[in-house]
Design a protein around this ligand. Structure first.
Ligand code: SF4
Ligand code: SF4
Length: 295
């Protein structure tokens, strides 16, 4: 995957070492997710963050929640043990922006140790209007926004509720507010040279036929790549018994959308505490309780 020339050269160069944004990098460069963001401000029907299984790789799953200071210690430990660690990401288990103080403090602590490491955030985008400038100011050049629908009627079937400005919104109102904030935030970031990846969870009979429209819309906003992912029915979630999207259907949809924008095809749907190369998760080896036992 080549970076578009609209991005500044130093960001394009960094992206060549980002295992998620560059297919060429994913077998060489490692990433670590620091689980410092436990809270989420929305409830997706496919998510249950209460359920942790050490054998499971799925967004929102983690075996530990860390304070920024503990995250700093973990970074030093992993950096010593893993060559070619190129990315530190905040990917939950909740939303990176709903835990902005922890996210910001963690990034600052790690920047003091290694300023040139690539930082990456994942968010549902609800708080992007509030924090997009903060993301730019922190020097974060890679942001993933999950945007599953650009039609609030469809979004209403995917989200149970959205907590915004002290109010719990539901139905199309919730989906509309979320969507407006996502679209404004994405555009704000791409206009400032941030590489935005959009994740889309493909849910059979809900947004599956709608995905090309989502892709076209985010392309207009300057998104670099889209990552169409299968629904993995999480135990205890509202979609627990919904059919898992087949990879055959995912790949067919990626082929359709490839005409508009490049497609990520090597996503491993990683845990919020994932460590290592994509597809070779070492999260259990690098649990902080193991470090404490070694001391
Ligand atoms: Fe779960 Fe992420 Fe949705 Fe929040 S935004 S409910 S953490 S999937
Ligand atoms: Fe990369 Fe996908 Fe894993 Fe996120 S979930 S770190 S995009 S491979």
């Amino acid at each position: 995957m080549k970076c578009s020339s609209k991005f500044p050269p130093h960001i394009a160069e960094k992206t060549q070492k980002h295992p998620c944004y560059s297919a060429e990098a994913h077998q060489t460069y490692a990433r670590m997710h620091l689980p410092v963001a436990p809270v989420c401000n929305i409830q997706c029907n496919y998510c249950n963050r209460k359920f942790d299984c050490v054998h499971e790789s799925r967004p929102g799953v983690t075996s530990e929640i860390l304070s920024p200071d503990a995250a700093r210690h973990k970074f030093l430990w992993v950096k010593e043990k893993i060559d070619k660690l190129s990315v530190v990401g905040i990917a939950g288990p909740g939303d990176a922006l709903a835990n902005w103080q922890e996210t910001k403090a963690t990034i600052r602590l790690i920047q003091e140790i290694q300023p040139d490491i690539i930082f990456c955030l994942s968010t549902n985008g609800l708080l992007l209007p509030e924090y997009a400038q903060g993301i730019v100011d922190l020097g974060i050049h890679h942001v993933t926004v999950t945007c599953n629908a650009v039609n609030p009627e469809i979004g209403a079937k995917l989200y149970q509720h959205v907590n915004y400005n002290g109010q719990r919104l539901t139905g199309t109102e919730a989906a509309r507010v979320l969507l407006e904030n996502q679209l404004h935030g994405i555009e704000y970031l791409t206009n400032r040279g941030v590489m935005v990846k959009v994740n889309i969870v493909m849910v059979k009979d809900i947004n599956d036929r709608h995905i090309p429209e989502v892709v076209k819309k985010v392309k207009e906003l300057g998104v670099f790549i889209t990552n169409i992912m299968p629904l993995i029915p999480a135990p205890g979630s509202n979609f627990e018994y919904w059919p898992q999207t087949s990879m055959k259907d995912i790949n067919a949809m990626r082929d359709i959308c490839q005409i508009d924008i490049q497609q990520m095809r090597h996503c491993k749907q990683c845990r919020a505490d994932a460590v290592g190369l994509l597809g070779q998760d070492r999260s259990q080896e690098f649990r902080m309780c193991n470090l404490q036992q070694q001391k």
